[in-house]
Design a binder for this molecule. Structure first.
Ligand code: TYD
Ligand code: MG
Length: 467
């Protein structure tokens, strides 16, 4: 066998380089490449010549399917995000910024499962036993039978897990603290993290225990982030939120056993995370209905409608190049809407700074928000507040046409439930509910929308400003 050469691995994306470089070609990050020993590690492949293979029976695509056995936690929002509970024998990665509440969420889940009679082991590599106990006390989980260990060595953890009755759920907090004797690199490097995670996944597959792995998102790239193990696990959930706001969103980005577009919504309180069953009420909580530039978007998150306010501020600029700042939405999508407004609606924004914000630190990923955003922009520019009881949704195309989006009926139902009696939506929307009390105003193009909101006012204003 050839002599093992050292390799250089980017700690941010895992790209392997043959020599050290200041910048990683894979992800473009600086100073993230670290020298590692490629031969170390439980999962680094066979060390001797491979044995002769044994043929396996090939089978057809049809046949009996077994439903994945799940263990629901009873925490509705968590079960929603996982697709109905943790699947036995699977590995779930929960990523998120440090301090966002991952340990809190998992301690609450551990307590809930323990109360339902499951054997739960919580392995903390970051906090001492006393710290974890303190948190458990605060969360009212101290009286449960959750078993606790403060350990970081992979072999020791596996030996501990193998003792006694098989656990139903194991929580490893966090993967970045795991280190194995068999890998030579320093703890926190890609090799160590991958080795540790691989060993934990193997334990889950062999025993049928669910393995929940916590991974910190790392911006500096000093330690390997959850990205480098995403492909190895069965499900990836990200716990997101803004430190300045008290609510948190658990978003599914990969799920081999369920849908990937679900979210769970929580609110951080002094007694831990509280489930938010109706997120719309939360995101619309602090609305100022009379201010120009605010529009309520009727969005969808997976199977659930979510109403959220988008706020725009359009102001004359003193800079040569006007500013465009966006929080909670895609900035290139904003550029597109501005271009369509200029090209097809005669709304000139070249002399204006544009600021866009989605209320409450929420992030919108749906193109259906185009209409709400265009409405907020036009409303701010014209200085006219939009009707307080109206919601907006619809996708805008580059030609200025407004396209129907999916789930019209569900969006409208949620709006009605929360007291909105009108909606501006794309013409020819399918499944428009009949016999409903609401006023649905169908628009077929962006110029039509601008005329409805601003009438002749915008034209007069922009002309006046120009000369
Ligand atoms: P934590 O779960 O430790 O975050 P992570 O594991 O993602 O790093 O949560 C840390 C924050 O949550 C901390 O700033 C304090 C806050 N917190 C509360 O507000 N209420 C609580 O009941 C708990 C346990 C934590
Ligand atoms: Mg933690």
């Amino acid at each position: 066998m050839a002599k093992a050469k050292t390799q250089f691995v980017c700690q941010n994306c895992g790209t392997v380089h043959t020599r050290w470089a200041g910048k990683c070609d894979g992800c473009g990050e600086w100073n993230t490449i670290v020298e590692e020993d490629p031969m170390g590690g439980i999962g680094s492949g066979p060390g001797k010549a491979p044995k002769k293979g044994r043929p396996v029976t090939l089978t057809s695509l049809s046949g009996e399917i077994e439903e994945a056995p799940r263990i629901p936690t009873g925490m509705g929002e968590l079960d929603r995000a996982t697709g109905g509970g943790f699947v036995r024998g699977s590995a779930v990665l929960i990523g998120g910024d440090p301090g966002i509440g991952k340990s809190t969420l998992l301690m609450q889940a551990a307590a809930a499962l323990s109360r339902r009679g499951h054997r739960v082991i919580y392995v903390s590599g970051e906090e001492a036993v006393a710290q974890v106990r303190l948190r458990a006390q605060r969360l009212g989980a101290a009286d449960t039978d959750v078993l606790l260990a403060a350990e970081t060595n992979v072999e020791d953890i596996l030996a501990t897990l193998a003792e006694g009755k098989r656990p139903d759920l194991v929580i490893i907090d966090s993967i970045q603290t795991l280190w194995s004797d068999t890998a030579d690199s320093a703890p926190g490097t890609v090799t160590q993290v991958r080795t540790g995670v691989q060993a934990m996944i193997r334990f889950a597959k062999q025993t049928g225990a669910t393995m929940v792995l916590v991974g910190h998102v790392t911006k500096e790239g000093q330690i390997a982030g959850p990205r480098v193990v995403e492909h190895m696990v069965d499900a990836v959930l990200y716990f997101e939120g803004d430190r300045g706001h008290h609510y948190r969103i658990l978003r599914t980005v990969k799920n081999r056993f369920g849908p990937t577009d679900e979210i769970g919504v929580f609110e951080m309180s002094d007694k831990g995370l509280r489930e938010v069953a109706n997120p719309s009420e939360l995101f619309l909580g602090e609305r100022n209905e009379k201010a120009p530039g605010a529009a309520v978007f009727a969005g969808m998150e997976g199977t659930r409608p979510v109403l959220v306010e988008v706020q725009a501020l359009v102001a004359a600029t003193s800079l040569g190049t006007p500013r465009r700042a966006v929080v909670g939405w895609d900035s290139s999508r904003l550029a597109m809407i501005l271009a369509v407004l200029e090209a097809h609606c005669g709304v000139r924004l070249g002399q204006h700074d544009v600021y866009l914000n989605v209320a409450g630190g929420y992030r919108i990923s749906e193109p259906a928000a185009d209409m709400a955003i265009a409405s907020a922009l036009v409303s701010s520019l014209a200085g006219l507040a939009l009707p307080a009881d109206c919601v907006y949704f619809g996708e805008v195309s580059l030609s200025g046409a407004v396209r129907p989006v999916a789930h019209t009926a569900q969006r409208l139902k949620e709006a009605e439930k929360l007291g909105f009696s009108a909606a501006v939506l794309p013409a020819a929307s399918p499944d428009l509910p009949k016999g409903s009390k609401g006023k649905w105003r169908e628009v077929d193009s962006l110029p039509d929308l601008v005329a409805r909101i601003a009438g002749s006012r915008l034209k007069a204003r922009t002309d006046q400003e120009d000369g």
